[in-house]
Ligand binder design. Structure first.
Ligand code: ATP
Length: 460
């Protein structure tokens, strides 16, 4: 096995860790130096061409605050800003590790480490040093497509998303995913779950925008038989169903203040009480929340509880809108074109450069979901073997362009079919809520999925 050309320094006060690390890493890297005395760090870095420092966060006996780790991280960066630092931290230190990443560490490993994982992290760090750039995650040479799990995209903004998912996926940290509709928040939540030790257990998604105020408690916490009129059977709630796994609360920004208080109580106590009972039941869940609403503004306006926000946002992932990553539009368009030409048996279908240009310039208010649906519709409706911009029915670029009032065809007498009326109603409500799917669906009394289906059906 050829070794990676890389000089690694391990700093830890426990000799056992140093020995285990040295024995493991010497098999994979050209040079491994160890020290149990962090005060030696500046001298070693000055005398030796160290590429990567694997640094423990606590040194004094019994210390757990990680203060020393931050101090030594700063010393390493001051002595040689180009050295890559990987921190070693105990399992519960996730918040500190996140802070360390902000302060210049490149990555962290949980102690006790898994040999394969540690070697992979260090190999990637060494490669990064050699290339002088941050590594791209999940790059595969499949034509001109770039995959990271289910995600497609090469833009720097998406690279940052992949890197954060890699770093926090394996932990139990609560994650808040922010982004417009259709940017991939659920894809990100599933990717986090798949990378966690909970991957073999449930991934329970609750769309809080679709749960009514009255059903919230029985849906989330469960109920006993007879707890209310329709409670014919005992039922466990979604929180208990997620036990041992991940609970994904989508559209958390839609919760009323009263329900926010109820949710917070459960998250703080880590216990649920089924409606109609008084027995608390412990829950072990990893919490991921998502919303397209401006939670920080809502806290300022008093419509979202600050204490709840701080409980759910240990790590934040922001999914960028598609219009801000034009390079990804190209990749996604090619990906969907390939998928739908296969699905609809149109193997000769192609797209000219002008059409691709129009797609990259379009503002995609519905983001990746809209591009996906637009491509499917274009593949189905296109007459020849070349897709044209007209096949996509792109509205002029403006934020609510898809739902402009003048575009709403008012049914004329004799045209009062249910279909026509439904289309008019959906369009009117979308206009009223400036294209906000959650609000429009709520007003129409249907789920967001049902609304998306109707938007598709009526070509809105
Ligand atoms: N980067 C991406 N690559 C490939 N497919 C993507 C990407 N982002 C999103 N998608 C696809 O777009 C659709 C919408 O994604 P998803 O449901 O995760 O978005 P969302 O942000 O949760 O939307 P909403 O806020 O409306 O619930 C899905 O079909 C998903 O697979």
């Amino acid at each position: 096995m050829s070794k990676t050309a890389c000089q690694i320094l391990i700093v830890d006060d426990e000799d056992d860790i140093l020995t285990a690390g040295r024995l493991l890493l010497k098999q994979h890297f050209t040079s491994v130096i160890t020290t149990s005395d962090p005060y030696q760090i500046p001298a070693i870095l000055t005398e030796q061409p160290i590429d990567v420092v694997l640094l423990d966060m606590n040194y004094s006996a019994g210390a757990t605050s990680s203060k020393e780790g931050f101090y030594w991280l700063k010393q390493v960066k001051q002595t040689n800003p180009n050295v890559t630092v990987i921190l070693m931290t105990a399992y519960g230190d996730i918040e500190l590790a996140v802070r360390a990443l902000k302060e210049g560490a490149s990555d962290f490993v949980l102690k006790p480490w898994k040999n394969d994982k540690l070697v992979a992290i260090l190999k990637s760090a060494c490669q990064q040093r050699q290339q002088g750039a941050s590594p791209t995650i999940g790059q595969t040479n499949q034509g001109n497509t770039f995959h990271y799990g289910e995600f497609i995209g090469v833009s720097p903004a998406m690279q940052r998303v992949y890197q954060t998912i890699e770093k926090v996926g394996a932990t139990d940290a609560n994650v808040l995913i922010l982004g417009e509709n259709g940017t991939g928040k659920e894809v990100a939540a599933r990717a986090l779950h798949q990378r966690s030790h909970r991957a073999g257990n449930a991934f329970e998604k609750v769309d809080l925008g679709a749960v009514s105020e009255t059903l919230f408690e029985s849906e989330l916490f469960g109920h006993a038989k007879g707890a209310f009129t329709d409670a014919k059977e005992e039922r466990i709630g979604r929180m208990e169903a997620a036990n041992g796994g991940t609970l994904f609360l989508d559209e958390i920004g839609n919760l009323s203040l009263a329900l926010q208080a109820k949710l917070l109580t459960v998250l703080q106590s880590r216990q649920v009480v089924r409606l109609g009972t008084n027995k608390p039941r412990p829950i072990d869940i990893r919490l991921i929340c998502a919303t397209n609403m401006p939670l920080y503004d809502m806290v300022r306006q008093g419509t979202f509880r600050q204490d709840l926000l701080y409980r759910i946002n240990t790590v934040e992932i922001k999914l960028p809108p598609l219009r801000e990553r034009k390079e990804d539009v190209r990749l996604l368009a090619n990906h969907f074109l390939k998928a739908y030409s296969q699905k609809y048996n149109r193997p000769d279908l192609g797209m000219n450069p002008q059409t691709m240009h129009r797609l990259t310039e379009y503002h995609w208010p519905g983001n990746v979901r809209e591009l996906d649906h637009a491509m499917e519709r274009a593949v189905i409706l296109c007459d020849g073997n070349e897709l044209h911009a007209d096949d996509f029915y792109l509205a002029p670029n403006q934020s609510t362009a898809n739902y402009r009032e003048e575009a709403a065809p008012v049914p004329t007498e004799g045209d009062y079919t249910l279909e026509a009326l439904e289309k008019m109603m959906v369009q009117k409500v979308l206009i009223k809520h400036a294209g906000n799917i959650t609000h429009a669906a709520k007003e129409l009394g249907i789920t967001r999925t049902a609304l998306y289906r109707r938007i598709e059906k009526h070509g809105l």
